[in-house]
Design a protein around this ligand. Structure first.
Ligand code: ADP
Ligand code: MG
Length: 870
């Protein structure tokens, strides 16, 4: 509804336009036309009155791997091939016309490929009038008796409507009559033009209910064409120049003060009947056809828009005239749009400039699609994306329907022929999408502040007046035939008014007197009548204001209701939002649950590993304890051995010291003998009995000192053949028993724990079993072998010749490790068993035993550098 600008002194506070929250989806209907005679294959099937099914034609099926493709599309209603124009009108356009009459805007367009029946649906043909002639007919059938006189409503060139007073309207009518040479078509006359005659048969006439009879109506029509994104006015009267036809001038779009779009300077023709309106439409059609032929344009590429504007304003309080208040004028409009063919390429070959046009046409339909898409997205996802209405004239013109309010309906026309399949598929997709767009429902028109039934009262009054006048045989000049006529009869009777002669001075004055009396009475009565009328008026006005205040109250309540509605909507939105949020949170919880599970699994496996590692540690600890105990045992063993050894060495040392003492005694004796030589010749030296008793085994063990014995070759090697080899097997007592399987076994060996001269003298081979700690911590046993020689001094010497190494490995490397610290410091002056871990020292030691040396019995060790093997 297009509200008019406010006048300077509004009759009443303008009703607050309640913002409408109710929305309706765009009504999309589908009409399937019958197949043409030459088309055999059909690709559409009407399944129900809301669903159609598309199946790919044979040729296409083969292209798509033989895949049998069927798609179903649902609409508000599907009209099959047998649907009559009337049935279609009843369902699709009738509600829009009803809305129009009730001050609500509507938009109806047909969409489809060329030849699908858009024009047939919108315009139709004689005997089969389409939606347009039927809509016009319904409008005039409904408002016919209530139409205002021509030029009472006058478009103001700014998309608004003014109300003219009776005189101005009359002047305009006279002006038009003088300009038009052709006599005006009387509204009652049927159009004879065969091209558009009989669009609707009278028995099909439709009429809207609830037409406000207290209003006056006027219909204006405009007809425009949008071609190549230019708007042309098809009703513009241009002087026709047959020699050089002027190309039509394009129009521009403007926004009125209510932000509605309109075609600036577009012709709006006031029409008073279906026929007149249709004649105007036909004029536009003809003009369009001529322009298309002249400019070589393709009509299927243009959009045609037929706009029906209905202006209505309340009658004044007397129900006599249209209220002279622009503020009270309501203008609603119904746009009937026959869109260009939706096919992607021109059906006829598009070349040169036509190609560009084709592109533009497609562009505008593309923009329409984009707008619908964005609207849908915005509405469904609560977004606020800019809708590109301005990208094309078609969408720009209808912008208000989508972002304002109104009812939008679309008839999707389809031709079931297989050739159109691919295009039809696109049409179906667009149509389905369009159904998801919602448009604000138009609100009801506020009621004007007058009592209803004014027109009828006025009518009744007029009828009554006429009747009474007729009863009285016509009104007496200057007299008002009212109920007061009875009163008149009670007036003093008229004196006889026949004049007797030229000198009759009585009759005339008497008559004058009587008439003057009557006149006085009449004046009085008029005064009385006026008083009463005024009183009545004030009462009426009071009631009017009463009604007004009630209406205001209603309006207020309505506003409150709207607010409540809004609140409810807000709550709903909030609930929606919260629901979405809770869903989101649930999803998050789900994810967290899963993560927790994974972590718990991890934890469990780690705990298991920890336990197994602890067990292993326990095992290793107990192993270690066992090992420690074993080592403890070994250490105590070694300690015991060492103690014994120490004792033994102390003894040996004592013996040596005794020997030395003995030698000194001997020397003393010899000295004494030398001193007393002369006195006692060949006297045998006597050993002190003490010495003799104390160490007899040692002395006997030592070879007797024979200084005159045969000379011995140095380093004489004994013969190996004589009686085989004999070994001195020297195994120090400190050696640890290693429990080895492979033991050196030397037959006939003399086993000693310390080397003795006696044993050496009997043997020619010497072996020392030496233990030491290897670099890996294991004890390794070396068999150090040597040969025994007699020394020149009569002693024995060993020359080392080779070393055999025996080594044992255990998995626990540390178990047999011996620490040098545990062994304690080797006793000084004990070369043989000294630092026994030091094999270097060991190997570089030669043992020399001397007998008969001047040092007496005993042995002496000499450290030599290790001899190299020859
Ligand atoms: P469009 O305007 O979509 O290009 P038209 O309305 O001009 O298509 O239709 C092409 C032809 O098909 C016309 O001759 C028309 O009479 C015919 N036609 C279209 N729809 C129907 C229908 N529902 N019933 C009978 N004929 C139809
Ligand atoms: Mg057409």
């Amino acid at each position: 509804m297009i509200r008019q600008a406010k006048g300077k002194t509004p009759r009443r506070p303008p009703p607050k336009k309640p913002s409408n929250t109710q929305k309706d989806p765009v009504g999309v209907y589908c009409r399937v036309r019958p197949l043409g005679a030459e088309d055999e294959e059909c690709c559409i099937e009407v399944i129900s009155n809301t669903t159609i099914q598309l199946h790919a034609p044979d040729g296409l099926k083969a292209n798509r791997n033989g895949e049998f493709k069927e798609t179903q599309y649902s609409f508000k209603k599907v009209f099959g091939i047998k649907t009559t124009q009337r049935e279609l009108f009843e369902d699709v356009a009738k509600p829009l016309v009803e809305d129009l009459i009730h001050c609500k805007n509507g938009l109806l367009f047909t969409y489809g490929v060329t030849g699908s029946g858009k024009t047939h649906t919108m315009t139709g043909s004689p005997g089969q009038g389409g939606l347009l002639p039927r809509s016009l007919d319904m409008i005039f059938n409904s408002i016919g008796p209530y139409q205002a006189k021509r030029f009472v409503f006058k478009p103001d060139d700014k998309n608004g409507m003014e109300v003219q007073n009776q005189v101005d309207a009359l002047l305009d009518r006279q002006k038009q009559d003088s300009q038009t040479t052709i006599p005006k078509t009387p509204t009652t006359r049927r159009i004879i033009d065969p091209e558009f005659a009989d669009m609707i048969s009278p028995e099909e006439a439709c009429r809207a209910d609830g037409v406000d009879e207290d209003s006056s109506y006027s219909v204006f029509v405009s007809y425009i064409e949008i071609y190549n994104n230019y708007i042309y006015d098809l009703l513009e009267e241009t002087p026709f120049d047959p020699i050089k036809p002027k190309p039509p001038q394009s129009k521009i779009l403007r926004e009125d003060q209510n932000h509605n779009m309109y075609v600036a300077g577009c012709t709006e023709v006031e029409v008073k009947s279906t026929e007149e309106a249709f004649e105007v439409f036909w004029r536009g059609q003809k003009k369009r056809r001529i322009a298309n032929t002249q400019l070589n344009r393709e009509s299927s590429r243009s959009h045609s828009v037929f706009i029906i504007k209905l202006a209505q304003a309340p009658l004044d309080a007397d129900g006599d005239n249209v209220l002279q208040d622009k503020n009270q004028v309501n203008v609603s409009q119904l746009c009937l749009v026959d869109l260009a063919g939706s096919e992607r390429t021109s059906r006829t070959r598009a070349e040169g400039s036509r190609l560009r046009e084709a592109g533009n046409i497609n562009q505008s339909l593309m923009t329409l699609r984009t707008c619908i898409e964005v609207l849908r997205e915005n509405q469904m996802c609560g977004m606020n994306k800019m809708v590109p209405y301005r990208d094309s004239k078609v969408t720009h013109l209808f912008k208000n329907y989508f972002d304002g309010e109104g009812k939008v309906r679309m008839v999707v026309c389809v031709n079931p022929k297989a050739d159109d399949y691919e295009e039809t598929l696109l049409v179906m997709r667009f149509a389905e999408m369009t159904q998801e767009v919602e448009v604000a429902r138009p609100v009801d028109r506020p009621i004007c502040g007058f009592a209803a039934g004014r027109r009828q009262r006025n009518q009744a009054f007029k009828e009554e007046l006429t009747r009474r006048l007729e009863e009285r045989g016509g009104p007496v000049d200057g007299e008002t035939p009212t109920i007061l006529s009875q009163l008149l009869q009670s007036f003093p009777p008229m004196p006889p008014c026949e004049i007797s002669g030229p000198n009759d001075d009585v009759t005339l004055p008497r008559l004058i007197d009587a008439l003057e009396k009557r006149h006085k009475i009449r004046q009085m009565m008029i005064g009385e009548y006026n008083k009463t009328a005024n009183m009545l008026k004030s009462v009426l006005q009071e009631q009017d204001s009463n009604i007004l205040s009630k209406e205001n109250f209603i309006q207020e309540q309505r506003g409150k209701l709207c607010e409540k509605d809004k609140m409810i909507q807000n709550h709903k939105n909030e609930i929606d939002r919260l629901e979405k949020k809770s869903k989101m949170l649930e999803y998050k919880i789900d994810i967290l649950q899963k993560t927790t599970n994974i972590y718990e699994e991890d934890k469990r496996s780690l705990q298991q590993e920890l336990e197994s590692r602890e067990q292993r540690l326990q095992r290793e600890m107990s192993e270690k304890r066992r090992m420690e105990a074993r080592m403890q045992g070994i250490v105590t063993d070694a300690k015991l051995k060492w103690e014994k050894e120490c004792e033994r060495r102390v003894n040996a040392k004592q013996l040596e010291m005794q020997n030395k003492l003995w030698v000194k005694d001997e020397k003393l004796k010899q000295l004494k003998a030398i001193v007393t030589e002369g006195k006692t010749e060949n006297r045998q030296p006597q050993r002190p009995s003490r010495e003799k008793d104390k160490v007899p085994p040692k002395r006997s063990a030592s070879p007797s000192p024979v200084p005159t014995g045969p000379p011995v070759r140095p380093l004489h090697r004994r013969s190996h053949s004589a009686g085989g080899e004999r070994w001195v097997d020297h195994t120090p007592a400190t050696n640890v028993d290693l429990d080895t399987v492979m033991q050196p076994n030397i037959p006939n060996a003399i086993k000693v724990t310390a080397p003795s001269e006696k044993a050496l003298s009997k043997c020619d081979k010497y072996v020392l079993t030496h233990q030491e700690v290897a670099s890996d911590g294991e004890i390794q046993t070396k068999l150090i072998k040597g040969e025994v020689f007699k020394t020149r001094g009569g002693g024995q010497a060993v020359q080392f010749t080779d070393i055999e190494t025996l080594k044992q490995e255990t998995p626990v490397a540390t178990s047999r490790k011996r620490r040098s610290a545990e062994t304690g410091p080797a006793p000084q002056g004990e070369p043989m068993e000294g630092d026994w871990t030091d094999v270097e020292t060991r190997c570089s030691v030669a043992v020399e035993m001397r007998t008969g040396s001047n040092l007496g019995p005993g042995y002496q060790h000499h450290g030599f550098p290790k001899r190299k093997k020859p």
